[in-house]
Write a new protein. Structure first.
Length: 100
């Protein structure tokens, strides 16, 4: 990864930290939370470390933790137009590689 902040990785890292914090506040193990939402302990661990998830998984996590989904995705960051451009260009680059 470059020295520049990757807004997606930063976002996922903050979301994972919020999930971990809420899980610990509820005194739930990785395994217990995973069982409640249909994932393994390792999958929950990966999410807490910043692995990308679906909206469905976000909703399951929020329901299992008894909080609103937006509580898991709150974080202070001043998004800039350049951040969107980087994400779009990154996606375009990945699609171009897949086609070759």
């Amino acid at each position: 990864m470059s020295i520049e902040k990757d807004v997606l990785l930063d976002f996922l890292s903050h979301m994972g930290s919020a999930i971990r914090k809420k899980r610990k506040e509820k005194r739930m193990s990785l395994e217990k939370l995973g069982l409640e939402i249909g994932l393994t302990r390792m999958q929950v661990h990966r999410i807490e470390k910043g692995y990308n998830i679906t909206i469905e998984t976000l909703l399951k996590l929020s329901l299992a933790l008894g909080i609103a989904p937006n509580e898991l995705i709150k974080f202070d960051y001043n998004f800039k137009k350049e951040d969107l451009e980087k994400l779009v260009n990154k996606s375009k680059g990945n699609k171009a590689k897949a086609v070759k």
